[in-house]
Design a binder for this molecule. Structure first.
Ligand code: HEM
Ligand SMILES: *[C@@H]1O[C@H](CO)[C@@H](O)[C@H](O)[C@H]1NC(C)=O
Ligand SMILES: *[C@@H]1O[C@H](CO)[C@@H](O)[C@H](O)[C@H]1NC(C)=O
Ligand SMILES: *[C@@H]1O[C@H](CO)[C@@H](O)[C@H](O)[C@H]1NC(C)=O
Ligand SMILES: *[C@@H]1O[C@H](CO)[C@@H](O)[C@H](O)[C@H]1NC(C)=O
Ligand SMILES: CC(=O)N[C@H]1CO[C@H](CO)[C@@H](O)[C@@H]1O
Length: 335
């Protein structure tokens, strides 16, 4: 499937990088950071990411979500990839029910192994995750952008530091905006980045309150399309359902990166309270409308927002380290 949008990729890369300069966001990361130390790094990461995404369709959404969660907690420093040890409950095992598929972690670990084989000890896991997040968007039919690099891997990964740093599925727009503003993301960034929910799945427990126990006035969320509500109830019974059941954010094309997420919101077919709220709040509904109207505009805005997200709380220079194995700090004493 070749999308006409790809014809404009080169000029978009130029525009995206220029606009970052204008916003003063670059300077610490560069597109050619590994030019001499690991010239094929993008191709190596893409190769592994593509192969694993093809083998297992859970990988693409899992990797995209990992990137977001990594950046929101401690910055984009691969803290999400650290495994817990007997002395440290790591970020990924936070009680805030994160339920990340293992396959997403495995994809980054495999990409790192391939990179280490070609250029040992120079490419950070944080950069690999940023590249892989781009690659899975491309794999799913979305736009390709150039990923600025030079992030260092963090030395802190603690479950106890997650609480309050991630948006919850129950959040209203005010809560979403406030939370994202703590990492310098705007209202527009919120709407654009939420478009990542054009792919992937959610467990029933994230939206079952909307189905059975919404408010004292209405058991089922009145802003949820009744047909979709009935279908979700069938998948997610109030009692006796499996905690592992998931439903696609995008009921029709859960593996295709497209702008149908926004059109679904306009038709009351958002899955989470936090999704549907974007179409109902007057601060965000105009952005939803413009992205629903133009996939090209969505793709362009998404590339820029993903690059911007990738600057969140980064470590550069001599900060942090370049991890050898993405799952463990180099000096295990750090745990
Ligand atoms: C801004 C508010 C957001 C909220 C409240 C939110 C919440 C959630 C929730 C509750 C899930 C389902 C987890 C599960 O049950 O397994 C989920 C999945 C997902 N999120 Fe978000 N998210 C937000 C933003 C984002 C952003 C900015 C991205 C990426 C740029 C993203 C990417 C994803 C993806 C791809 C999935 C599917 C994961 C999978 O299928 O394994 N989300 N999100
Ligand atoms: C891509 O992966 C395949 C195996 O999956 C390997 O044979 C090939 O050398 C890889 N290419 C690059 C550029 O890393
Ligand atoms: C959003 O939720 C918070 C916390 O529940 C609440 O205090 C606030 O009034 C809500 N804001 C809007 C605009 O609904
Ligand atoms: C419904 O929501 C209320 C308030 O959030 C809670 O106390 C109650 O246990 C919930 N009931 C069910 C059946 O989930
Ligand atoms: C947000 O922007 C301020 C000012 O540019 C900067 O000091 C801060 O580090 C940024 N926060 C994050 C999480 O990137
Ligand atoms: C609060 C919450 O929903 N916790 C759940 C998170 O996920 C684990 C494992 O998938 C469940 O056992 C918890 O009940």
């Amino acid at each position: 499937m070749v999308h006409p949008i790809h014809a404009n990729v080169v000029s978009w890369i130029v525009i995206v990088s220029l606009s970052c300069l204008l916003h003063g966001a670059t300077g610490q990361l560069t597109f050619d950071f590994y030019k001499t130390s690991c010239p094929n790094v993008d191709a190596i990461v893409a190769n592994v990411t593509l192969a694993l995404s093809k083998r297992d369709n859970v990988v693409a959404p899992a990797v995209l979500r990992l990137y977001f969660h990594d950046c929101l907690v401690e910055g984009c420093d691969a803290s999400i990839l650290i495994s817990s040890t007997p002395t440290n409950v790591a970020e990924r095992d936070a009680p805030d029910n994160l339920s990340f598929p293992q396959n997403g972690f495995d994809a980054i670990v495999e990409a790192k192994k391939a990179v280490e084989a070609a250029c040992p000890a120079v490419v950070s896991c944080a950069d690999i995750l940023a590249m892989a997040a781009r690659d899975v968007v491309v794999f799913s039919g979305g736009p390709r952008w150039a990923v600025p690099k030079g992030r260092r891997d963090g030395l802190i990964s603690r479950a106890a530091r997650v609480e309050g740093r991630l948006p919850a599925s129950s959040f209203n727009v005010s809560q979403l905006v406030t939370l994202l503003s703590t990492v310098n993301l705007s209202i527009e960034d919120l709407v654009v980045l939420s478009g990542a929910h054009t792919i992937g799945f959610s467990h029933c427990n994230q939206f079952s309150k909307r189905l059975y126990n919404f408010s004292s006035a209405a058991k089922t969320d009145p802003s949820l399309d009744p047909t979709l509500a009935a279908s979700l109830k069938a998948s997610c019974p109030q009692v006796g359902g499996s905690p592992n059941t998931v439903r696609g954010f995008d009921a029709t094309t859960p593996f295709a990166f497209d702008n149908s997420y926004y059109r679904n919101l306009q038709n009351n077919r958002g899955l989470l309270v936090s999704d549907q709220a974007l179409a109902l709040d007057k601060r965000t509904s105009p952005v939803v409308a413009s992205l629903a109207a133009s996939q090209e505009d969505f793709f362009f805005a998404f590339m820029q927002a993903m690059v911007k997200l990738g600057y969140t709380g980064i470590k550069t220079g001599s900060q942090g380290e370049v991890r050898r194995d993405c799952r463990a700090f180099n000096a295990r004493s750090n745990t």
